[in-house]
Design a protein around this ligand. Structure first.
Ligand code: UDP
Ligand code: MN
Length: 297
């Protein structure tokens, strides 16, 4: 992560974060080389975002997939925590994609918040469930979800909200810094390196390593993102290959080609197994323990 050329100016602004308070977190990078804010705890004013959402009367979508055993294991806790912390006081539509709609737990939701359950088919390999999300999301964004939401966040189910996750995260195209890799030198980042793959990045390419467990943006930007990733996955499948980190590899390729307009610090998707870090002040969403033997086929 290089030193941002404009990080010293206090005037980087964003409609949802206001004037970014670089000075509040001088120990971490707060903007990218292309001028996108990287938001950390204390660098934004949450009231600016709330006013902007109200002024524009926005609806925010949250999508999550719970297919196979991931449903029993994670979904209820994920949704309860989302109801408590995600976009509190805003108009929200939760979209749960599952192969067993009847097993989705009943939830009491606050005013202006609703939950829709969308059936999806179950793929036999967990990697295929993970990758199929791009195509399913592409279609959903072109349908009802795209009509009723202005901004959408797409999340893994194996995590839980632990702190306020409000409209300060909104932007046209939002990427999440991966909590295990944000300190790593670029050459060590686990991008796909096989040149035959549509997700390939060569040495010297790549800005950051982004986590596929959380991405978001406007409906139009996400249509482009999901179309790009679904197509890349399809091309790889036709060549009999699969990118090293599946949909995440294609997502990282997309964000290299089309730069995100806002980055979220690892506080917005933190793995508590990493332990205490001085730059992580307030984790807002944390990974659940990975119990792959229980949930994967
Ligand atoms: N998923 C699912 N059922 C599966 C495999 C994956 O519902 O059998 C969904 C679920 O939302 C999960 C996401 O796809 O969180 C990504 O898979 P996983 O979390 O296992 O990948 P990892 O975070 O370990 O890369
Ligand atoms: Mn996950």
């Amino acid at each position: 992560m290089g030193i941002c050329p404009i990080a010293t100016t206090p005037l980087l602004t964003d409609k949802f974060t206001g004037v970014l308070r670089h000075w509040a977190r001088s120990e971490v990078p707060t903007c990218t080389s292309w001028g996108a804010p990287i938001i950390w705890d204390s660098t934004f004013d949450p009231h600016v975002a709330k006013q902007e959402v109200r002024r524009r009367n926005l609806t925010i979508g949250l999508t999550v997939f719970a297919v196979g055993r991931y449903l029993e294991k994670y979904l209820e806790r994920f949704l309860k925590s989302a109801e408590q912390h995600f976009m509190v006081g805003q108009r929200v539509v939760f979209y749960v994609f599952t192969d067993r709609p009847e097993a989705v737990p009943y939830m009491t939701l606050g005013q202006g918040r609703l939950l829709r359950v969308e059936p999806v088919q179950r793929e036999s390999r967990w990697q295929d469930v993970s990758m199929a999300r791009m195509r399913v999301l592409y279609e959903a964004l072109g349908g009802k979800l795209g009509q009723e939401a202005d901004y959408v966040f797409c999340l893994d189910v194996d995590q839980r909200f632990t702190g306020n996750f409000g409209p300060e995260v909104l932007a046209d195209l939002v990427a999440q810094l991966h909590s295990w890799h944000y300190h790593w030198p670029r050459w060590l980042l686990p991008y796909e390196r096989d040149k035959r793959s549509a997700a390939a990045l060569s040495w010297g390419e790549g800005d950051f390593y982004y986590h596929a467990a959380l991405f978001g943006g406007s409906v139009a930007a996400l249509r482009k993102l999901t179309a790009h990733c679904a197509l890349g996955q399809q091309l790889d499948r036709e060549r009999g290959i699969e990118a090293v980190w599946h949909d995440e590899s294609h997502l990282n390729k997309f964000f290299w080609l089309y730069k995100p307009t806002k980055l979220l610090s690892p506080e917005f998707c933190w793995d508590p197994k990493i332990g205490w870090r001085t730059d992580i002040h307030h984790p807002r969403l944390i990974w659940e323990p990975k119990e792959y033997a229980l949930v994967r086929n």
